[in-house]
Design a protein around this ligand. Structure first.
Ligand SMILES: N[C@@H](CCC(=O)N[C@@H](CS)C(=O)NCC(=O)O)C(=O)O
Length: 261
């Protein structure tokens, strides 16, 4: 198997966690998103959306992190990451769908507004605009331009933070009943939420985790799994995490103002 992925990308973390939970190994094909390697025509022939991750297994090309994880579960079921109970499976898929429908985009908004924007502002604006123009989705181009222009003051930022808060509240409630999100069994839903909690942590917004005791406990438990290292820690250079946290600290007051407005 070959996995096209990026060290810090949330969708890549989610697939790497499933691969390592299932003790599967892949050949790593790293895509530098800041250099725009996702727009390379050879890569876009594999993934026309110009995003990571992309998995190739037995010559078959697969995109969309959730569908890749479902494929890995179906194809390599020995170490299972789905509950046996079919209602719990429904609950798992419902949460994963909610995350895909809203949290994934929201995470991009807060990451770019807080941490990536300073680096983009240091580059010639025409280079940044040229990279944005290559994004296939008009909605994403609009969002990216707004966060480069306005940072956390972009109208999309507040909504993106509220999306995180809403799904974290859902997780907090789900975790009152069992150790993992949908049951006592670790599942694809836990792998799907993990990167977004990590990102909130890395962006210095830990109060969103610490104010929810069940989520905090869950986050500690997921970090203790060996797959967390393979999915997140070993790919996240300490310098990058420090830079993310410092960027979060730098706009802390501005975020508080925006969220109260
Ligand atoms: N729905 C896709 C979303 C993938 C996605 O947005 N990936 C981000 C990184 S987490 C990306 O490659 N962004 C590139 C860009 O924004 O130019 C999936 O789940 O695979």
């Amino acid at each position: 198997m070959q996995l096209y992925h990026n060290a810090l990308s949330s969708c890549s973390q989610k697939v790497r966690m499933v691969l390592h939970e299932k003790a599967l190994t892949v050949e790593d094909k790293l895509i530098d998103l800041q250099k725009g390697e996702q727009f390379d025509p050879a890569y876009m022939a594999l993934n026309p959306n110009a995003v990571v991750p992309t998995l190739i297994d037995n010559g078959n090309v697969m995109i969309e992190s959730t569908l890749i994880n479902e494929y890995l579960q179906d194809t390599y079921p020995d170490i299972s990451l789905v509950p046996k109970d079919t209602y719990e499976r429904h609950q798992m898929r419902l949460l994963v769908k909610k995350i895909d429908d809203s949290l994934a985009t929201a995470c991009g908004v807060i990451t770019y507004s807080i941490a990536v924007r300073p680096a983009l502002l240091a580059r010639p604006r025409e280079d940044v605009d040229a990279m944005i123009a290559k994004m296939p989705s008009a909605k994403k181009r609009e969002m990216r331009t707004a966060v480069v222009d306005l940072g956390v003051a972009a109208p999309q930022f507040k909504e993106a933070m509220q999306t995180h808060q809403s799904i974290f509240d859902t997780a907090e409630t789900m975790l009152t009943a069992h150790k993992w999100l949908v049951s006592e069994t670790f599942s694809l839903a836990d792998c799907a939420l993990m990167p977004y909690v990590v990102r909130i942590d890395h962006l210095g917004q830990q109060h969103e985790i610490e104010s929810r005791p069940n989520l905090k406990h869950w986050y500690e438990a997921i970090q203790a799994r060996p797959s967390f290292n393979d999915a997140v820690t070993k790919w996240a250079p300490a310098a990058a995490v420090t830079m993310f946290k410092q960027a979060g600290e730098a706009v802390k007051d501005e975020i508080a103002k925006v969220m109260q407005s």
